[in-house]
Design a protein around this ligand. Structure first.
Ligand SMILES: [Mg+2]
Length: 276
């Protein structure tokens, strides 16, 4: 009887770390940049690892801008990035609309750029709650009671409730402002929790990243500054993760979570040590 062959773990054959990670999925604010400033040294590590064949994608929960706007912002700050290298919660939401809900009638509580992106995906922007198929809620600086009411009525008449992300805060120079999670909560208080959330820690962006990279998830390293979004996202997506301490988390916060990153690094520049 033929003996079954022992399984060989590909990693055991290649203990050299650089063969283990072929792609970096990096968060933006707090990780690559802080507001309008790049983290010190990020350009160097980006260009050296890129030259060595490592591929970079940048993943942001921000749905106030489209991927191309975020790529342009990074390029303006001095990091030469194409729009194909950026995925945000709006990209994931729009991709799902295009794939599974073509021609849907969508009510949007969100930024003008998100509304245009949804239109470009072939959806119809709807204001009548009785005709709405999907209510999309994101960061909406023009939020009114009327909008909350129409969203509630649409959902209570059977429309799906989609949220871009649940971030309670977003960073601004010198601190934070209330984020999309606050807008989602105002609708959810009346209508119940959203049916879908597209931002981290949910894994829609990971699936989009894997599609784009055509790389196994074991070869991807997630880098981010938040435990409850970035590191939890990596855990759910079954990818390795590195927490950086340039943003929302400090070493003393780590014990507050029942999961942990694979690496804790002072800054994203230190990921280069994982590729030596
Ligand atoms: Mg961040």
């Amino acid at each position: 009887m033929a003996q079954s062959r022992p399984k060989i773990n590909a990693w055991d054959k290649s203990p050299i770390m650089k063969e283990r990670y072929q792609a970096i999925l990096a968060d933006l604010d707090g990780t690559v940049n802080r507001g309008e400033l790049l983290i010190d040294g990020v350009q160097g590590v980006y260009s050296r690892l890129t030259a060595n064949g490592v591929r970079w994608l940048f993943l942001s929960n921000n749905a106030q801008k489209m991927a191309e706007d975020l790529a342009k912002k990074l390029s303006d700050l001095g990091l030469d990035v194409t729009s194909e290298q950026v995925i945000n919660s709006a990209s994931a939401l729009i991709s799902s609309l295009e794939k599974d809900h073509a021609g849907a009638r969508v009510m949007v509580l969100g930024a003008p750029k998100l509304i245009r992106g949804i239109q470009t995906a072939g959806a119809v922007i709807e204001k009548d709650p009785l005709k709405t198929d999907i209510v999309v809620v994101g960061m909406d600086t023009g939020l009114t009671y009327e909008k909350i009411k129409l969203a509630y009525l649409a959902i209570s008449h059977g429309a799906l409730f989609w949220a871009t992300n649940l971030d309670p805060l977003f960073p601004v120079p010198g601190g934070f402002h209330p984020g999309a999670g606050v807008v989602v909560a105002s609708v959810a208080t009346a209508a119940g929790p959203p049916d879908r959330v597209f931002g981290k820690p949910q894994t829609d962006m990971a699936n989009l990243a894997l599609d784009r990279l055509q790389t196994p998830r074991e070869s991807c390293l997630v880098v981010g500054d938040r435990m409850d979004t970035d590191i939890l996202f990596a855990k759910k997506a079954r990818m390795d993760s590195a927490l950086v301490l340039t943003g929302a988390t400090s070493r003393r916060n780590l014990g507050e979570y029942d999961y942990s990153p694979d690496y804790v690094l002072d800054t994203i520049v230190d990921i280069e040590t994982l590729f030596d």
